[in-house]
Design a binder for this molecule. Structure first.
Ligand code: 5GP
Ligand code: MN
Length: 335
């Protein structure tokens, strides 16, 4: 993978472009791809955003999201776009299998592939150009840098600002996580200068749920949380029946794992959800307990030091049992 600045000259030649992100895109994945999409369109490129899967309803207000193609719903069209693309941008993931069923067509595509990402241990050999910086708050911040560093800061507008702010806000936990650097605040100041109305974004993302979601959170906190004080750890599990009982959709469980870290002294929070097809883990930590490594070692996952995820085809009970079995070996690290 060559360093991204070697790619900048190619931005000046309009091309057929596909932009994609990890499956079940979150605010940063959708915000960074759409921010880049609006930028590339303004440069005259023919760009399409393809999401590997569906996404949470709370993102549906985002400018340009009505043009995003869901790969699982439009396979043929997506594959044809991937085959015809001159450039494929891969945003907010480090390993191609994070795009689920898109991995094969992406591997097969014989075009220029560009990575912009902030996750640990990127699959560098899969990309021609790229930047992987785990110190960055969000992929949205990296897309902002990409626009400015390539000499196109003059093209920033309120639409791009709304998309980019979304991901930096969600990935920094509203500007509180350690990666919230001075450069993040400087970027936000610049986005404000370009017409960003930040309260609108907070309302759209955080204050736009249905009653059932809040009832579900209350239920989960009361009935599905286990606090393991000996290990400064809290575990939560959600069954299929819980998801059905409260009519929980993609996105409704976002942020649930963060409640675990609000308990005094808790340094490690783990949430496992019995999803369709697999059991999905979310891990969060405070300080230097490395959940990326924990997720990689035990639950076939990865991510960042303080936020990671994983998956398993074993039953929910087996997953919970395994978590209890491996936790004691981390006792010292969790003190
Ligand atoms: P979340 O818990 O919000 O789903 O994910 C937390 C972080 O871990 C995100 O940055 C996400 O991209 C990453 N992540 C989530 N699940 C997986 C996984 O199965 N594999 C890898 N490599 N990363 C994941
Ligand atoms: Mn991200």
């Amino acid at each position: 993978m060559q360093s991204i600045e070697h790619f900048y000259p190619q931005l000046l030649t309009p091309a057929k472009v596909v932009i994609t992100m990890h499956q079940k895109p979150d605010g940063d994945a959708m915000g960074s791809t759409l921010g880049l999409y609006h930028f590339l369109i303004s440069l005259g490129h023919e760009a399409t955003v393809i999401s590997p899967t569906n996404w949470a309803d709370f993102l549906d207000w985002m400018p340009g999201i009505d043009q995003v193609i869901n790969f699982e719903q439009h396979k043929e069209k997506s594959i044809s776009l991937i085959e015809q693309a001159h450039h494929i941008y891969c945003l907010d993931f480090n390993i191609l299998h994070r795009t689920k069923h898109m991995e094969k067509p992406l591997l097969a595509a014989n075009c220029t592939k560009i990575l912009i990402d902030h996750h640990e241990q990127p699959q560098e050999e899969a990309f021609n150009y790229g930047i992987s910086n785990t110190a960055k708050s969000s992929t949205c911040e990296m897309v902002y840098d990409f626009i400015v560093d390539s000499g196109h800061g003059n093209l920033l507008n309120a639409t791009m600002a709304e998309c980019l702010y979304t991901g930096v806000m969600t990935d920094t936990g509203s500007f509180r996580f350690p990666a919230t650097s001075a450069s993040v605040h400087r970027m936000v100041a610049d986005l404000k200068d370009h017409g960003l109305v930040h309260t609108r974004i907070h309302n759209n993302i955080y204050d736009n749920f249905l009653e059932n979601r809040l009832r579900f959170i209350g239920y989960a906190l009361l009935n599905r949380m286990e606090v393991l004080y000996e290990y400064n750890t809290a575990l939560m599990y959600i069954t299929k029946a819980d998801l059905n009982k409260f009519n929980i959709k993609t996105g409704d469980t976002e942020g649930l794992v963060n409640y675990l870290l609000t308990i005094q002294g808790i340094r490690f929070g783990a949430l496992v959800i019995d999803r369709e097809g697999e059991r999905k883990w979310s891990f969060r930590s405070k300080g230097d307990f490395d959940v990326n490594s924990f997720a990689r070692t035990h639950f076939n996952g990865g991510g960042h030091v303080n936020a990671a995820g994983g998956g398993s085809y074993d039953s929910l009970d087996e997953n919970i049992k395994k978590f209890h079995e491996v936790l004691p070996s981390y006792k010292n690290q969790l003190q």
